[in-house]
Design a protein around this ligand. Structure first.
Ligand SMILES: [Zn+2]
Length: 168
């Protein structure tokens, strides 16, 4: 397919195109007209297909909320309302890479697969997770991933629990 600078493709306008010899790829930068989101597309003959979506998530305090949020959006979404779609993907997909990472100022959700159908499915699950997470409907998700008090029997001592809390 031939792309033209300034043309809108499914809501994304092509801003720049360059042949990058070192990695045998044509790189294209698009900008989403509605949101200003930037899209980098690398076209080449590699059988590996990689996709990642990232957000600027500078923290406002030291509660770890951006890391908790990263986990929480992968706990069910509009199209994939299961409790742990991420865990199911890890088990049931042909992915060659699947993860999510929170850095000091950004959060990214990368996936990779050599199988095209699997690749598009992974992308679908991740995009639905980040744009339509169930955290708005189910407040327990944030508690489960963040921290909560835990008490099995009333004579026990009160402890803290939480997925990200334990991870850190
Ligand atoms: Zn984590």
């Amino acid at each position: 397919m031939d792309y033209k600078i300034g043309t809108n493709y499914n809501g994304f306008v092509l801003v720049r195109e360059e042949n990058i010899k070192e990695v045998n790829s044509i790189a294209r930068i698009f900008e989403h007209e509605k949101t200003g989101a930037r899209l980098l597309h690398m076209e080449n003959d590699d059988t590996n297909k990689v996709f990642s979506i990232g957000f600027k998530t500078p923290p406002e305090d030291s509660t770890g909320v951006m890391h908790i949020l990263e986990h929480s959006v992968l706990c069910g979404s509009r199209k994939f309302p299961t409790k742990e779609p991420f865990v199911e993907l890890v088990k049931g997909s042909l992915n060659t890479f699947l993860n999510a990472m929170t850095f000091s100022d950004k959060t990214i959700y990368p996936i990779a697969s050599q199988n095209e159908k699997d690749f598009f499915n992974l992308m679908d699950v991740y995009l639905d997770a980040v744009f339509y997470p169930n955290i708005y409907k189910t407040k327990e998700i944030l508690m489960q991933e963040g921290w909560h008090y835990d008490l099995e029997k009333k004579e026990d001592e009160l402890t803290y629990k939480g997925v990200v809390y334990n991870e850190m």
